[in-house]
Design a protein around this ligand. Structure first.
Ligand code: ATP
Length: 536
């Protein structure tokens, strides 16, 4: 079993993640967090909110920041005025291309299919696959042999042209052998597919009542920019943070929760003076990268990738992705955890003036065939007046946009280890352990009486109740203590406390560390300060 398969099975067995509506056969692209998963994901979100918003010190400039800055939060609705998505560009531009296979009835995202050109028996075809790397090479070879009716020993008869390339490079659809097809030319030409889920508000079922589930939380921040300015005393530079559900009708949801159709985002829109924006961009890129390393994604599997100029959106002066080498990806490939984008004044201006397009280096309001704005803005003034410099300007925006589910999945992947730990008799046994950062661990500490007698349960229960006031702790008196330790290791619990016979004579208990397996004695009355000092 691959590491990923083992992790997926652990997640189900121990209640981190379940497929949505599983008893009805599941719903592709939707996932539920179980009893341990909900704690883990809440801890990820709380760590983000605390580190970015509620715990932010507004009085001094943090490491790398050009000046001190303010942070504030927001929680807005999932369904917003449809005009929001017209001005943001999501209505016209937020789509992927999909291709359908007439033979297998499967649907693929055009840019996710790849393949190789091959010639045999005088015929040149493109063998498509969903696999990458060596698996893709092996699969295309297998399927080419089958298509040309050749045996494995005739493999030299296949004349390949180079490596795997994207399906998007292929124009002649008649020559494509689809990823699940036996015949040529069964894939349809690529068709656009808007990723926003559509719904209807109120009793109107026609287009008048049409609305969308938000595909990102960011726009809710932009449309509330003026409300926040007018209702609080924030001054530029400042950030507004929001976390919550977003929805995208992904064509091919895959890789566990990595690409889901319903997911949670944690986004900041940071508003600053245009002149200082490049410096703030660099600050946020580095600050967000450090957040992941501080919480345990410290190895080579995490990287910061600065986009090439050609990859940048039409309004952006700089974008970087924080990426993680998820175990389900081929070696050398990384998946995006978070994007940090310099968005200039694109968003605020779009919501003032109407949907913008770039024309000769300038952003101008896109016009419809009648010469009027294609999508009208709010007409509200979203500029900022700086009292000190007496200057009025439209702020520039830096956007660190993270996915709570992708982050949670990366923390789980990084934490999963198999190693050895001694059992009751001192014999080494293999164990599965989630080495989660104590701040993220669903359960912070488990409390055990060694045996269910001699007053041990009573002492353990008292410790449990004291700890429970501050931490999510777990009480367990069932089974051999070694088995109880191992169940906690699998759940990622960083500490265990055991009440044993020595407790009855000197009033101390055993503390055990999940990672080092070190054990030490602490006074039963000092369990709260001992744990507090270790869970930071
Ligand atoms: P991708 O290219 O992987 O589809 P994206 O570039 O479209 O992602 P953004 O629009 O920048 O993603 O969204 C910001 C963040 O939201 C991503 O970095 C990711 O963590 C999260 N996210 C986006 N789409 C999904 C999804 N389908 N499932 C889970 N998380 C997602």
């Amino acid at each position: 079993m691959s590491t990923m398969d083992k992790l997926v099975s652990l997640c189900k067995r121990r209640g981190f993640l379940f497929q949505s509506s599983e008893i009805y056969g599941g719903l592709n692209g939707f996932w539920d967090y179980g009893p341990l998963g909900v704690e883990l994901k809440r801890n990820v979100k709380e760590a983000w909110w605390r580190d970015m918003v509620s715990g932010h010190d507004e009085l001094s400039a943090p490491l790398g920041a050009p000046t001190p800055y303010e942070m504030t939060g927001l929680d807005c609705t999932i369904i917003m005025h449809p005009q929001v998505w017209k001005c943001s560009g999501h209505y016209d531009l937020f789509h992927d291309f999909m291709v359908d296979c007439r033979e297998s009835k499967k649907r693929y995202r055009h840019d996710q299919v790849r393949g190789r050109w091959v010639t045999a028996k005088g015929q040149r075809i493109f063998v498509a696959t969903e696999q990458a790397g060596d698996e893709g090479l092996a699969e295309t070879q297998q399927r080419a042999l089958k298509f040309f009716n050749l045996r494995a020993k005739d493999v030299e008869q296949l004349a390949w042209e180079g490596e795997l390339v994207s399906l998007t490079t292929v124009e002649d659809h008649a020559r494509i052998l689809g990823p699940d097809a036996k015949e040529l030319g069964t894939l349809t030409p690529p068709r656009e597919f808007n990723l926003m889920f559509k719904t209807y508000v109120g009793a109107l079922s026609g287009e008048e009542g049409a609305a969308f589930l938000r595909p990102e939380t960011a726009q809710g921040i932009f449309v509330n920019f003026k409300n926040v300015l007018d209702s609080s005393r924030v001054k530029i530079p400042f950030g507004i943070a929001q976390m919550g559900k977003s929805f995208r009708n992904e064509i091919t949801p895959r890789n566990f929760t990595f690409r889901s159709r319903e997911f949670e985002q944690m986004e900041i829109e940071f508003f600053c003076h245009p002149v200082a924006s490049a410096e703030w961009y660099r600050y946020w890129r580095d600050r967000r990268f450090r957040w992941y390393t501080d919480l345990g994604l410290a190895g080579e599997r995490l990287r910061l990738r600065e986009h090439e100029a050609s990859e940048l959106s039409h309004y952006s002066c700089g974008t970087a992705d924080i990426e993680y080498a998820f175990p389900f990806l081929p070696p050398g490939e990384f998946g995006e955890l978070e994007g940090i984008a310099h968005r200039g004044d694109f968003d605020l201006r779009s919501h003032m003036e109407g949907k913008l397009v770039r024309q000769g280096g300038e952003l101008v309001v896109e016009q419809g065939p009648d010469g009027k704005p294609r999508h009208r803005g709010s007409g509200k003034d979203l500029s900022y007046f700086d009292e000190e410099s007496r200057e009025r300007f439209v702020p520039h925006v830096i956007e660190p946009s993270a996915g709570a589910d992708r982050g949670t999945l990366a923390f789980l992947c990084e934490a999963y280890r198999e190693d050895e730990a001694p059992d009751e008799n001192g014999k080494l046994q293999s164990r599965v352990v989630l080495k989660l950062h104590p701040r993220l661990a669903p359960i912070k500490c488990a409390v055990f009486p060694l045996v269910k007698k001699d007053g041990m349960p009573e002492i353990a229960q008292r410790i449990y109740r004291d700890l429970k006031k501050n931490f999510n702790v777990f009480y367990d008196e069932k089974g051999a203590v070694g088995r109880r330790y191992r169940r906690q290791d699998e759940a990622g619990t960083p500490y265990c406390i055991t009440v044993d016979s020595q407790t009855l004579t000197d009033g101390t208990v055993t503390f055990r560390d999940r990672d080092t397996l070190e054990q030490w004695r602490v006074k039963a009355d000092d369990c709260v300060p001992e744990l507090s000092a270790r869970i930071r």
